[in-house]
Design a protein around this ligand. Structure first.
Ligand code: ADP
Ligand code: MG
Length: 705
């Protein structure tokens, strides 16, 4: 239950005075909430301004510098209304102070309203920029006009918030100000000693300060109030991860001990020897698995670095120790592909391999489920279907999850809910900088595959404007005639699957036409709307060479392995994430032939867009590309905030607050050891923090755990 002291902060913003449904929707957009109902007072309270307008200068009319915002106390002398019918002549109001005279200028102003706002003979306060022309000062459309009696209404330092359509700065500022009135002092969730040591203000002071910047120093991420709030946000993130994590670890892991006999046999059946980093990763994983503590490890390796072999060889030990191992892939195609590549060497070593996906139906499914329950199935490859209710494992001790960035925290929990606590290896091709690993996954241990298997040829990458599409198609046609294979990746159009599909279908049709009657059958198509069988057929046809140009949408194909494909065309490359292109590009260059990647873009491109594509042209280092991506796009996009359950930060900025992240992590870990249920005094306060930072989902794990 949400602590009652938070009730007023969790009222919908619509309850604030002057905010109707339209505005509430605009506020949802600004604060990044899903909809108006879900936009609460607290979301405004924690909306940080990114700039400020300083209105504190009050030099007098004659001493007001050109183009600088000043605030002036003036007496109204006379109005000079715009002549009727002459819209381009402004309404002028002449005012003075003891230093001189000033004209306030209004275009298209309503005369009546202006005269009422600024009655002749009254003293008013105006704030805005002064322009000097021919030695005469004027102020066009003052930002503020208030009667002297309401002087305090005029903000001397005005915070500037991000805006969105349908919101004026003034309205947003008012909304934030009225949200702030709901903020009361709250119990301190940070360690007192820590607070003093860092000179942090209390939470409510920090929030008030956040919204009342007085100079650039207050806006600096290093300002104490900003650091305090960044810390709070990071702490909430780390605590919720720690809670999930401790739940994952709650059931003790079972120590897996094996001689490595099966592993040796399988290795003997692989057509290559391991790279140094594959070997090292395998040793790290096995060391973890022999311990009683449950392993939760991330295996990070660029596309083509050979993660599957690491998975297979470590699964061999789990099987030898008498357990079952699963390998979960995000898509049907990937699962089937893993199955195909693992089956040979595993079965040659006497290890059984089964595959279970959403497509396994009827008798086949019943049989597989029976084998899983009896323990006859030793390695099981599949999709989410592996963790449905109806799947009962005899003795699941090890789970490998491929392409982690597509799975969120929830899937990880579901995996554990099978009642057993398998050791877990999470494999990802997205090279995630350490700070991101920490913020997204908590303190997961990480193994990295840093060297590529021998014999890989570099991929030559070119960026080409799509006006030259005709040339490209011509070249592709001759390449295909020479027996080469190529992928053609179609862009993500908007967000709807339907339009993706259409663009892929249209592209396939136009390529077939360009190829002419004889070659048209060589053009294949695969997309997300196809049934499993259809996808399989399309992939197999491409593998066997029945088709040689495969038009595809991105969504499903990440990870396919067709070693003799040597050309990759990516349409509208400017719409893709850099890491995404890098991964797609990794589909070629796997065999002995030289490969190329053509990035087609639709010009004109912005400078940043050019720079981004250039990074891909100049580098094949996935890690560097990911860091550039991060730098150019911000951290949320790298993993895809939605898919990964990766927290998008509002108050914390990892480039400025990296040190705080480490501290928050340690703090969270300590807390989860000393007060795992968050029931102590500090624990209760931390619960409040979790709600404030919208990380309260994790609290449910406590209760159910
Ligand atoms: P990823 O890390 O992208 O999942 P895969 O596991 O699919 O990479 O491996 C890519 C290709 O490299 C596969 O065809 C695999 O058989 C091959 N491979 C893996 N390890 C080695 C190695 N040590 N030497 C040579 N080829 C390897
Ligand atoms: Mg892979």
């Amino acid at each position: 239950m949400r602590p009652i002291e938070l009730d007023s902060l969790f009222r919908p913003v619509e309850n604030l005075p002057g905010i109707g449904p339209k505005l509430a929707e605009a506020l949802a957009r600004v604060t990044g909430r899903e909809d108006a109902d879900d936009t609460r007072v607290v979301d405004l309270v924690l909306l940080p301004p990114y700039n400020l307008i300083d209105r504190s200068k009050n030099p007098g009319i004659a001493h007001s510098p050109e183009g600088v915002i000043v605030t002036l106390t003036v007496r109204v002398d006379r109005h000079q209304a715009a002549p009727r019918g002459r819209a381009n002549v402004p309404h002028r109001v002449f005012v003075h102070d003891e230093t001189g005279e000033l004209a306030l200028v209004f275009f298209n102003g309503k005369q009546q309203w202006l005269e009422k706002q600024m009655p002749v003979g009254e003293t008013i306060i105006v704030s805005g920029k002064v322009d000097w022309y021919n030695g005469r000062p004027s102020m066009v459309h003052p930002d503020h006009i208030v009667p002297e009696a309401e002087k305090d209404e005029l903000p001397l330092y005005e915070p500037v918030y991000p805006l969105t359509g349908g919101l004026s700065p003034k309205v947003l500022r008012k909304a934030v100000a009225s949200a702030l009135t709901q903020l009361k002092p709250l119990p301190e969730w940070c360690d007192r000693h820590f607070i003093t040591q860092h000179g942090f203000p209390s939470f409510d002071e920090a929030v008030q300060r956040l919204h009342a910047p007085e100079d650039a120093a207050d806006l600096d991420p290093k300002a104490p109030a900003r650091r305090r709030l960044a810390y709070d946000e990071l702490l909430a993130g780390q605590v919720s991860l720690a809670m999930v994590r401790s739940r994952l670890r709650k059931l003790p892991g079972r120590s897996i001990r094996a001689e490595g006999t099966l592993r040796g046999k399988i290795l003997g059946h692989l057509p290559f020897s391991l790279t140094g980093s594959q070997d090292a990763a395998i040793r790290q994983i096995l060391a973890d698995m022999t311990s009683e503590d449950r392993m939760i490890r991330l295996l990070q390796g660029d596309v083509g670095s050979g993660k599957t072999a690491v998975a297979l060889l470590t699964m061999a030990d789990a099987v030898e120790a008498g357990g079952q191992a699963v390998l979960m892939a995000p898509t049907e195609i990937l699962a089937r592909q893993h199955y195909a590549s693992i089956k040979g060497p595993a079965e040659a070593a006497g290890v059984s391999v089964d595959v279970l996906t959403g497509r396994s139906k009827g008798r086949e499914r019943t049989e597989i489920l029976g084998r899983i329950e009896s323990g006859a199935a030793q390695i099981i490859v599949g999709t989410h279907a592996l963790f449905q209710e109806s799947v009962v494992y005899k003795n699941l001790t090890y789970a490998v999850v491929d392409e982690q960035h597509r799975f969120g925290v929830h899937q990880r929990l579901r995996l554990t809910a099978k009642g057993q606590a398998p050791h877990m290896l999470v494999m990802t091709a997205t090279p995630i900088p350490r700070t991101l690993v920490l913020s997204a996954f908590g303190d997961m241990d990480v193994s990295q595959l840093t060297d590529k298997p021998a014999g890989r040829k570099p991929i030559s990458t070119a960026t080409i404007p799509d006006e030259r599409l005709g040339d490209i198609v011509g070249r592709l046609k001759s390449a295909v005639q020479e027996g080469k294979k190529a992928y053609w990746i179609c862009p993500l159009v908007e967000e709807s699957e339907k339009s993706d599909l259409m663009s892929a279908e249209e592209r396939a049709a136009s390529l077939r036409k360009a190829f002419g009657k004889d070659l048209a059958p060589l053009v294949g198509l695969v997309h997300g709307r196809m049934s499993g069988e259809e996808k399989d057929r399309a992939m197999t046809a491409f593998k066997t060479g029945e088709t040689r140009l495969l038009v595809a949408t991105t969504v499903i194909e990440v990870g396919v392995d067709v070693p003799d494909a040597t050309i990759m065309v990516i349409e509208h490359a400017e719409n893709f994430g850099l890491s995404q292109i890098h991964q797609l590009r990794g589909r070629v260059g796997r065999g002995s032939e030289a490969s190329s990647c053509l990035l087609l873009y639709h010009g004109p491109l912005s400078e940043t867009a050019h720079a981004r594509l250039a990074v891909l042209r100049d580098s094949e280092d996935g890690f560097r590309i990911a860091e550039e991506d991060l730098r150019l796009r911000g951290e949320g996009d790298l993993l895809g905030t939605q898919q990964s359950g990766m927290p998008g930060f509002r108050l914390a900025d990892l480039s400025a607050h990296g040190d705080l992240l480490e501290m928050a992590r340690n703090d969270a870990r300590l807390l989860s050891e000393t007060d795992p249920d968050l029931s102590g005094v500090r624990g209760q306060a931390v619960r409040i923090l979790l709600y404030l930072m919208r990380r309260d989902e994790a609290i449910r794990f406590l209760r159910s755990g």
